[in-house]
Design a protein around this ligand. Structure first.
Ligand code: KHH
Length: 299
């Protein structure tokens, strides 16, 4: 039979391969040390019928190895509480690769909670806490340590679903060690860091549990800027210059000082925070136990 004329088989195109010429920058969503995340319209038909995506790119090229590691991390993560990888844009040779992710217009909990405080119940806050623990338990099961868990990196899909949205500092601990040793001097989010991270720059999965406790504190205060962890710590340790701040923070934590129970936060929830903030990593609760606790508190 002659080939039916006029029927051209669709070109086999890889949906994860984004062409730079079809990416239209709309606005910046965030800024990091070495790069940024921008809202873009991917519009191959050139008629505004394309889809909105979040694009992470680098300011300088020398960080591309970090971004490549982040891409290889997020592309292999499949969980409802982890932001979806969509693909990469990798043209003009190998230099400036870009990570394309799904766009969640409601933004992070840091944006969402203060704006919607009046119609978010405490039970809903505990649902978000549960979902973050479920995403983190999955991340740990893949032998990754997040190292930057905070409300600013949790995205809101809708009022009943949140996702871990950024993996810029995530490290794999696949080989023999059970910790990651910080090498680069990032201006680290010290107020979310466990003592062992501040003292020996070692990150364990239990260090992510500590950061989750700080994130839970943010959630229970609806991310109100007056109660932000930096403000609360600085009000306790007093203002000082950069280096001294770290020293005073470590001293306060070693003396057992912890952030106080936020107003209107139930004791049973504050108890979970304190279980995340045990001085020794091995004494901290794990995400599996936290999931059971939040399921009970929500039921
Ligand atoms: C190069 C490194 C680097 C650069 C950065 F800008 C940041 C900081 N950035 C992280 C991604 C971010 C917050 C999260 N999670 N976000 C993602 C979405 C989305 N996928 O929709 C979104 N949406 C939104 O704001 O809608 C109104 N915000 C926000 F851009 C901050 C971290 C970095 O490591």
């Amino acid at each position: 039979l002659p080939i039916i004329s006029g029927v051209i088989p669709p070109q086999e195109t890889d949906p994860a391969d984004f062409k730079k010429r079809f990416l239209r920058k709309i606005r910046k969503l965030g800024e990091g040390n070495f790069g940024m995340v921008e809202l873009c319209l991917y519009d191959p038909n050139g008629d505004q019928t394309g889809e909105l995506v979040a694009v992470k790119s680098l300011k300088t090229e020398n960080e591309s190895s970090n971004l490549r590691k982040e891409i290889n991390t997020i592309r292999n993560l499949y969980h409802e509480n982890i932001v979806k990888y969509k693909g990469i844009c990798n043209e003009e040779g190998e230099t400036n690769i870009m990570l394309i992710m799904e766009y969640l217009p409601a933004g992070s909990l840091k944006d969402y909670l203060p704006r919607n405080k009046s119609n978010i119940t405490q039970k809903r806050l505990l649902l978000y806490a549960l979902q973050i623990c479920q995403g983190m338990e999955y991340l740990g099961s893949q032998n990754y340590i997040h190292r930057d868990l905070a409300a600013r990196n949790i995205l809101v899909e809708n009022e009943s679903l949140v996702k871990i949205g950024d993996f810029g500092l995530t490290k794999s601990i696949k080989d023999d060690k059970d910790y990651y040793k910080v090498t680069e001097e990032q201006d680290s989010p010290v107020y979310w860091y466990a003592p062992e991270c501040l003292i020996s720059r070692k990150f364990y999965k239990a260090s992510d549990v500590w950061s989750f406790g700080v994130t839970l504190y943010e959630i229970m205060t609806y991310c109100h800027h007056e109660n932000s962890p930096p403000k609360v710590f600085l009000s306790m340790i007093g203002r000082s210059n950069g280096q001294m701040t770290m020293v005073r923070l470590v001293e306060a934590l070693e003396k057992g000082w912890r952030m106080p129970c936020p107003d209107s936060c139930p004791d049973m929830v504050y108890t979970q925070m304190r279980r995340c903030w045990s001085q020794a990593p091995e004494d901290r609760v794990d995400f599996e136990s936290l999931i059971k606790e939040f399921k009970f508190l929500i039921s």
